[in-house]
Ligand binder design. Structure first.
Ligand code: FMN
Length: 334
């Protein structure tokens, strides 16, 4: 499948944009482990055009993470256009527009998923951005605002007519936030619409290679996007890509291989930020990782791990994992 002139081959798998998660180090790691495209955290168009330096740092792209999409959000068409032009100078492969963020401070103000309640403005933003940049523009959104307004099938056509190069759909409404299960039936309906020519990227609740293959097969989507399934488990891309290519399960690595990846992630965050902030930033991954689950009597050690505030301290605790768990198949730890 292709987005603009970028050829992703068949059944590509993307790393979802996630605030506070998909910074440059995590994106590079996921890319290295098989993600076919990675997305930045969402970036405020207002902050970009006001030249806020912390926000501008989020535009940094590494050569080895490409193709990469920079995602922006906002509710003002002029600001979104200007922000997209600023993003373009950073040289992303794709500029993605966020119309799916459900968080109150954003959606209630009319940005992110808030635009699902103002389709004319959403379409105006898309038209202005598409006209303003040469980079392919994509959209990521949800099924609709709430259960009574699941408008994605009609909306997809309207967005396509505005010139977007691909559409990513998270199979939930804004009201659902992250509750319940993602409903892929409407994603399939969008894909089955003969008027839809642009690639459709399906997103929501992919936590295993098996589910990923099932979504490709049962919904016919052109690509699948994985978010939470990669937190504390970036190797999911390796597993999924292997299963897609071979139909089989990837042989597991020794426990230490997975642990070393987590440690590497901590080190990269520390290098990028500083020791304290790097460790804080890594905690979400450490808390979510399946690596330490089900190891008997490990609860206190896990708590200590989440309280550690130096790299040496954290790694010493990680290394307390009873030696017999090293070289154990990961299955044992799930
Ligand atoms: C911590 C976190 C941060 C997120 N930040 C963003 C974001 O910046 N932009 C966006 O479009 N979606 C964001 N999302 C939503 C994800 O991209 C994705 O649509 C959602 O998590 C559903 O996919 P999943 O079930 O694979 O996690 C975020 C989700 C999480 C859990």
């Amino acid at each position: 499948m292709k987005i603009g002139s970028i050829d992703f081959g068949s059944r590509p798998v993307f790393l979802a944009p996630m605030e506070d998660v998909t910074d440059i180090s995590f994106r590079r790691m996921c890319k290295h482990l098989g993600a076919d495209m990675v997305y930045t955290e969402f970036i405020s168009s207002d902050a970009l055009i006001r030249h806020i330096s912390k926000t501008r740092l989020k535009l940094e792209i590494a050569g080895d993470e490409r193709p990469v999409a920079i995602q922006i959000y906002g509710k003002d068409a002029g600001a979104m256009k200007e922000a997209a032009q600023i993003c373009e100078e950073a040289g992303p492969d794709i500029i993605d527009l966020n119309f799916g963020c459900p968080v109150k401070k954003i959606a209630a103000k009319g940005a992110g998923a808030g635009l699902l309640r103002n389709i004319p403005l959403m379409l105006e933003i898309v038209r202005m951005v598409v006209d303003a940049v040469k980079t392919p523009v994509t959209v990521k959104t949800r099924l609709g605002w709430d259960a009574d307004n699941q408008i994605i099938v009609e909306l997809a056509e309207m967005l396509q007519d505005c010139g977007i190069a691909a559409l990513c759909i998270h199979g939930r409404t804004r009201s659902q936030m992250y509750t319940g299960n993602a409903d892929w039936s409407l994603i399939r309906k969008v894909k089955e619409n003969p008027r839809i020519k642009i690639p459709i990227i399906g997103n929501g609740d992919i936590f295993s290679a098996e589910t990923c293959i099932n979504r490709f097969e049962s919904c016919g989507v052109d690509a699948v996007m994985i978010g939470r399934g990669s937190i504390g488990r970036p190797w999911i891309f390796r597993e999924v890509k292997h299963a897609l290519a071979s139909g089989g399960q990837l042989p597991e690595e020794p426990f230490s291989w997975y642990l070393n990846l987590l440690k590497e992630q901590v080190l990269q965050s520390v290098e990028k930020l500083d020791e304290r902030r790097g460790i804080l930033h890594s905690r979400r991954h450490i808390a979510a990782t399946p690596l330490f689950k089900n190891i008997p009597n490990f609860r206190q050690t896990r708590i200590d791990m989440l309280r550690a505030d130096t790299v040496a301290g954290l790694f010493a605790i990680m290394d307390k994992v009873p030696s017999e768990y090293f070289n154990m198949p990961l299955d044992y730890c799930r």
